[in-house]
Structure formats: C-alpha cells, structure tokens
Design a protein around this ligand. Structure first.
Ligand SMILES: Cc1ncc(COP(=O)(O)O)c(C=O)c1O
Length: 407
C-alpha cells in the first residue's frame, strides 16, 4: 500500500481541521503511537469519547462478535443489540423510551424537533420558543448551532431558525422574567463543555425544572459530553438531583464508535410517530452492540467510583502545577471533565498549550481560547495519570516561558 503522509490532509481534505503534523496509527489504553513510533499519553479521550481507552479488549470482542453476525439492517427492521441498549439505558435513567442516531448534534436535533412537535400536539402552534443559554454548545447542524449560544458557529449560513432565545447561564432572574407559555423547551448542558467547563448551579437547574413545570415546557439536558460516567455519575443530572424530560447523549456512549441517543418519557416520545423523524444508520447493530457493552462496564460502582478517585488525583496534581507554574488561575469541573483556566496573562493561548503538549508526548484539548481541557478515559491507570501530570507540568513550564513574556 502507498505510504500515507500528513500533506495528504491539505491535498485531499476540506480545510476545516488543522491536525498536528503527525498521524496517530495505533492506540492502546491511554497510549497512542504515531507513524514514527512516537508515543503519546492521551488525556483528551478523542474529545471525551474513548470512555474505556483505545481498543478496549471487551469492546473489541463485542465489536468483532457482532461484526460476524450482522452489521446493518436499517430502521426497516429492529435488532437485538438495539433493543438491549434501549432497555439498558432506559432502565438506568428517568426515561422510558429511546431514539438512537449517529452523533450529539443529531441527538439534539431530534430532541428539539420532538419538543416542538410535542408542544404543537398538546398546546398548539404558538408554543414554539426554545430557550437556550449564552455560550452553550449543542452541535453543528443549522438548528443546533442556532440553539447553541455562540454566534461564531451560527453566523454566515443564511437565515437561522426562528423563535430561539439565548439567556445568560446560571441567571435565575433572567429565566424567571423571560419564560412563558410560549416556551416549548429549555435546553442546557449540566456543565457547559466546549465553552470552558462551566457547571450549572444546582439552584439554577432546580429553578429551571420548576419553571418548565409551571409553563408546560420540556426541560432538555444535553449530556452529550457530561454523560456516560464522565462526571463520576452515570449522567450528570443524577449528581444534581434534577430530572429532565428529554436527555441527549453521544460521545462516550459507544467508547469510540459514532452514536447519539435521545431518551425521554413515554408520553413525550409518543409525539414521534412513524415518519415524523428518522435516520438510516441510527441504531445500527454493530454500534449498539459496542455501546451496550460499554454502558454495562461504565454503569458499575467500580467504574463510577474509579472516576471520582481518578478525578481526585488529577485535581490534586493540576492544582499543584497551578501553584508551581502560575500558568493557571483555576482548575474546575467534575469527575474526569476538567478545565484548567489560564491565568489572565495567557488568555487566548489554550491552543498553543495543546500544541506544546504534542511535543512532550501529551494529548490535551481546549475548551475555548482560555481553558485547557482534560477528558481522559474513565479507567485511565494511575501510573498513566502520574506520567501525564509530569508531561503536563513540563508543557506548562515551556508554555510559561514562551507565552508569558509580556508580564
Ligand atoms: C454538549 C455538546 N452537545 C453536542 C455536541 C455535538 O456533538 P457531535 O460533535 O457528536 O455532533 C457536543 C460536541 O462537542 C457537545 O459537547
């Protein structure tokens, strides 16, 4: 086979992405190797996706067993893996019924369409307003970028869908003043991920629940990133003790294969009757078999408690690095979704930190321009945490020397 080189990226790919100048070719656990055999510790988890590490043997087994049975039947037929996964996720949550698709954006698209259709069916066409929050992120389809609270993602594509309101996050007064009988849904991330790992206040979330009940609006939690054990709870709403009417998830659900899920109560789900919504690949048996196995491993005391333990190690290590280097002003987040907020003098440079990390054999992420994000696999071994923190500190020192000169 012809050798693939990094310049193929520029030659054959639409220039949406700017990957570094190496190509990862192999992954095992939290380690990745590139074409030259260089090793990296991955605490980015493929953007909070590889929940059980690269090539987890139990997931590989589930995948290969299903690969030898049947791959795809479309939604013209049902399948055993699909039904097993639907049972597992609804048994474990507030929900009665599930819809599967291929990504977080699609799950949110389905949730938003369902909320509007439910309101139409039960209250009439005037009830169509969706309330969302400034800086939220819900995906890249036109509807979901429009609902997301960041103009940079939604401007420049022509008219955006109407009747979407963005309110300040964690502002109870603004929500109280704005919500009305016209509101059909309030959508929020329990922890805003892409914009900097900003948790919802418990009081705010409780109030949103109360106000949705009062005004007959559906409360939608986007747990695309916070779901599937990421916070040390199976879903973050469980940590808050506030139940949504609809929840979406994706990312870590199948440990690295593309999947999205929208789950809800039966009475709400009933507004999706045949033909109202759909997908060709969603609920694919191959992906569902892996997701079912992943969720069965994640939803155990061992994994969820393990996330909390590992979180403690990261917080301790990162706070010490913050003190020693002065690069960060705050370490925040929950479980293994952690944001390291850059000190003001480094504002805007989170991408440079990630790039320096590559040089030191470390994969991290940004969460907006001012936050370095960490979202490793939930089962990262303790010795890998130690080594990752060493590489993180070395990166922070180099970063301070290169980007902190103006101080
Ligand atoms: C909270 C949240 N919602 C939705 C999405 C979109 O998911 P996807 O990229 O799988 O469409 C993301 C992705 O980062 C996310 O973090």
């Amino acid at each position: 086979m012809e050798k693939v080189t990094r310049d193929w990226q520029n030659q054959y790919m639409v220039p949406l992405f700017c990957p570094p100048d190496f190509i990862p070719v192999k992954g095992q656990g939290c380690h990745v190797w590139d074409q030259e055999g260089r090793e990296y510790i991955d605490i980015s988890g493929g953007i909070a996706v590889n929940s059980l590490g690269h090539c987890n043997p139990e997931l590989v087994k589930a995948l290969t067993e299903q690969a030898n049975k049947i791959w795809h039947v479309s939604n013209l037929h049902t399948s055993e893996p699909l039904l097993r996964l639907a049972k597992r996720i609804t048994d474990a949550t507030f929900a009665d019924v599930a819809f599967f698709c291929n990504s977080g954006a699609e799950a949110n698209e389905a949730a938003l369409k369902l909320a509007r259709r439910y309101a139409l069916n039960h209250y009439g066409p005037e009830k169509d307003e969706i309330i969302s929050f400034v800086k939220s992120f819900h995906g890249r389809t036109l509807f979901t970028v429009s609902v997301g609270g960041q103009d940079k993602y939604s401007k420049g594509f022509g008219p955006r869908p109407a009747e979407i309101t963005h309110l300040p996050f964690n502002d109870i007064k603004a929500l109280e003043e704005h919500i009305s009988e016209k509101t059909c849904a309030v959508i929020m991330e329990p922890i805003q991920g892409e914009s900097g790992i900003i948790p919802a206040d418990r009081e705010f979330m409780k109030k949103a629940r109360e106000l949705c009940d009062k005004y007959h609006a559906l409360l939608v939690f986007d747990e695309v990133q916070t779901g599937n054990g990421r916070t040390g709870y199976l879903y973050a709403y469980m940590a808050y003790g506030v139940k949504p009417d609809i929840m979406t998830t994706a990312k870590g659900l199948a440990g690295g294969l593309p999947i999205g899920a929208m789950i809800t109560r039966r009475t709400v789900g009933e507004s999706f009757t045949p033909g109202v919504h759909g997908t060709t690949f969603g609920g694919n048996p191959l992906v569902c078999a892996v997701a079912d196995k992943a969720l069965s491993i994640i939803n155990t005391k061992e994994t969820l408690y393990g996330v909390k333990e590992r979180s403690g190690l990261f917080f301790e290590g990162l706070n010490a690095i913050k003190e020693r280097t002065g690069v960060f002003q705050l370490i925040r987040g929950m479980g293994l979704l952690i944001g390291c907020v850059l000190a003001d003098r480094f504002a805007g440079h989170s991408g440079d930190f990630v790039r320096l990390g590559y040089k030191n054999g470390l994969f991290t992420l940004v969460a907006g321009p001012n936050v370095v994000r960490i979202a490793p696999s939930l089962n990262i071994p303790k010795e890998d945490i130690e080594e990752a923190l060493k590489r993180f500190e070395k990166t922070a020192e180099e970063f301070r020397d290169q980007f902190g000169k103006e101080d």
